[in-house]
Ligand binder design. Structure first.
Ligand code: BGC
Length: 408
């Protein structure tokens, strides 16, 4: 099957996970406090901050035509209202490098990390953050906008809800009483109730702030630039056993509805999906006997992407881009098997008339996987942790070939 002309074939990264030395971010604080829930600190990550020319050149050589990466608010606005032209110039050079290699840059303005000063002021639970985020987006877009192809405002805007719902992060109460939260607040010199970091923010207080932040960002980005704007959503295919259909509907509504409805005003929606969740009337079900697991501890279930694209399309009714999907595995042949099934699902969506505009594999490099540190290997390209040497995996050549031919 041939994909539509202009289909984006790319890989994705996020600043904190690849750049290294993101010391002014809230994540850096959380990695280093007593009682940290991170298995190790991000340190130099993949040193992409300095090595992006090599990495972008590799992406192009492999056959891809697009790169999704994030710019780091903590670098661009290190203190409230103080913008760093030097850092903006850094990202300008990155964007220019993309264009030199025929790579279309898709820029994410917020990928989980915020400046320390935002975390200190209540983060995404504080209404003023929406205005701060809008101002940062506007300033950054004025400097970079002419080189941007598409912009994602907030990466996985609904992630805090997904993490709670999956039981991954326990409850709001557990977060509120966590040691890492009080030590982080102390490290930043604020009262515990003030400290808030995106993935862990309290749902009840954050959804409105996040949606308002997205709205403001989308408005200023559209006013400044000539590029399309959208948010990205963390999606999971929730599958109900007989009797659990109502539970499924409620869970999906909580996870997606407000965001998918807001996305109707956007130019596209980024769908990010990795696996499924099975539920019965009695509660969550474990994977079926014999199921394959990824290094993340969840089930190998690439078909979830097709289901998520279909659901997103049905409510948002805007063009869809698969802005992330991928697998953490030490066995690269399983990566190929995973992506093959994802792409077959994307092809079926296209055949049934859904306007899917691109596919971005997560991730370009073996990067810093948040709480899991450097254990899980999501990359198309391996990174030697001592020398930072890049090693292209067979899956990168394989997917690059598909990208070059624009067909599967
Ligand atoms: C995030 C990435 C993360 C990936 C794999 C997505 O939720 O956007 O930052 O590394 O999933 O877990």
């Amino acid at each position: 099957m041939r994909f539509p002309d202009g289909f984006f074939w790319g890989a994705a990264t996020a600043a904190h996970q690849v750049e290294g030395g993101n010391t002014n971010s809230d994540a850096w604080v959380l990695e280093h406090v007593d009682g940290t829930i991170y298995s190790e600190p991000s340190n130099d990550a993949c040193d992409h901050y300095h090595r992006y020319p090599e990495d972008i050149a590799l992406l192009a050589q492999l056959g891809f035509n697009a790169y999704r990466f994030s710019i780091e608010w903590a670098r661009i606005e290190p203190e409230e209202g103080e913008f760093s032209v030097a850092q903006l110039d850094h990202y300008r050079r990155m964007l220019a490098t993309c264009h030199e290699h025929g790579i279309k840059p898709i820029v994410t303005f917020h990928h989980f990390t915020s400046p320390r000063w935002i975390a200190r002021r209540g983060g995404w639970e504080s209404p003023e953050t929406a205005a701060f985020f809008g101002r940062y987006c506007e300033r950054a877009a004025r400097h970079l906008g002419d080189l941007i192809t598409l912009a994602c405002t907030i990466n996985e805007i609904n992630l805090p809800i997904l993490l709670r719902q999956s039981g991954f992060l326990h409850s709001d109460e557990a977060v509120a009483g966590a040691v890492w939260r009080s030590t982080a607040a102390r490290a930043l010199g604020v009262e515990e109730e003030m400290f808030s970091s995106f993935p862990f923010c309290v749902r009840g207080r954050s959804v409105e702030v996040l949606l308002e932040a997205h709205k403001r960002a989308a408005m200023v980005l559209r006013a400044v630039g000539r590029f399309g704007v959208g948010m990205t959503l963390a999606m999971i295919d929730i599958q109900a056993q007989p009797g659990a259909e109502e539970v499924r509907i409620r869970a999906m509504a909580e996870l997606y509805d407000a965001f998918l409805e807001a996305a109707r005003a956007d130019d596209f929606l980024g769908v990010q999906c990795y696996t499924r969740r099975r539920i019965s009337a009695a509660g969550p079900l474990p994977p079926e006997p014999g199921a394959e697991f990824t290094q993340m501890g969840y089930e190998f279930w690439p078909d979830a992407v097709e289901a998520s694209v279909r659901h997103a399309n049905a409510i948002a009714c805007v063009p869809i881009i698969v802005t992330e999907s991928g697998i953490a595995t030490a066995d690269d042949s399983r990566r190929i098997a995973y992506v093959e099934r994802v792409l077959a699902g994307v092809a079926r969506c296209l055949q049934s008339g859904i306007d899917v505009r691109g596919y971005f594999y997560w991730s370009l490099l073996d990067n810093f996987e948040w709480l899991f540190g450097y254990g899980p290997k999501f990359g198309l390209i391996a990174v030697d942790r001592n020398t930072q040497r890049r090693l292209v995996k067979p899956s990168a050549e394989w997917l690059g070939g598909i990208a070059r031919n624009n067909e599967i």
